[in-house]
Design a protein around this ligand. Structure first.
Ligand SMILES: [Ca+2]
Length: 228
């Protein structure tokens, strides 16, 4: 019996140690309290924090030259996917939903959408006739693959959702670290006096948790790239 009890305790402790619950963190955009006249969009991530990049009235069409109020002022971003049509660079990269006729929902991101981009942003556009249409864009921590969204305040349902990307040099999960420091300085009075320059900066290194989530997908992408 003692052995059995001891094993049970060990199993419980092991379970507690391995099932670490990540706390959900909600980001408001704009960062204010919703009321009958103030609409607030939110994104909730498990154990990670989204960033309110921009919000406003009007539309997000996905086309920087035709009615996309985010892309028109953030020219380093481009459209990855739009929930209601096939525009964008990776149609289907944005999953989850519902992305029409709802006030809350989820979203998922295909890991392939992170390849080649150092930033992804999730956007919600409200629609309907009750209130002025408006929208919010959330920056996502690198490697984010899922989250929840909500519209609070004046009750316009979601019209559509978008995923934006910004190209960056993190295709292989961070560049190599710098090389070794430069050569040794010369001996005093016996050659050069300046040591060589230090190695270059390492690339961006994603968080370990993100890496484990994305490892397979990125490794596959890397293999495919090498084969080309
Ligand atoms: Ca689409």
């Amino acid at each position: 019996m003692k052995l059995f009890a001891g094993l049970s305790v060990a199993v419980v402790m092991l379970a507690a140690a391995t099932v670490t619950q990540a706390a959900p963190i909600t980001t408001k955009c704009p960062d204010t309290t919703a009321s009958s006249s103030v609409r607030v969009f939110t994104v909730t991530l498990e154990g990670n924090t989204a960033t309110c990049l921009l919000f406003g009235e009007g539309n997000l069409t996905g086309n920087p030259s035709n009615g996309d109020d985010f892309l028109s002022s953030n020219t380093d971003y481009f459209l990855v996917d739009k929930s209601d049509n096939t525009e964008g660079s990776v149609d289907g990269a944005l999953g989850g939903g519902p992305f029409t006729g709802a006030l809350t929902g989820s979203f998922t991101i295909d890991p392939a959408a992170w390849v080649g981009n150092d930033s992804l942003a999730f956007a919600i556009k409200s629609g309907g006739t009750q209130q002025t249409n408006d929208w919010a864009v959330f920056g996502l921590p690198w490697g984010t693959l899922s989250g929840q969204w909500a519209i609070l305040g004046p009750r316009n349902n979601i019209s559509h959702a978008l995923l934006y990307g910004r190209e960056g040099n993190v295709t292989n999960g961070g560049g190599n670290g710098g090389t070794n420091g430069g050569g040794n300085g010369g001996d005093p009075g016996n050659g050069g006096t300046n040591g060589g320059n230090g190695g270059g900066n390492g690339g961006n290194v994603p968080e370990p948790a993100s890496m484990s989530l994305l490892g397979l997908g990125l490794a596959g992408a890397a293999v495919l790239r090498r084969r080309k």
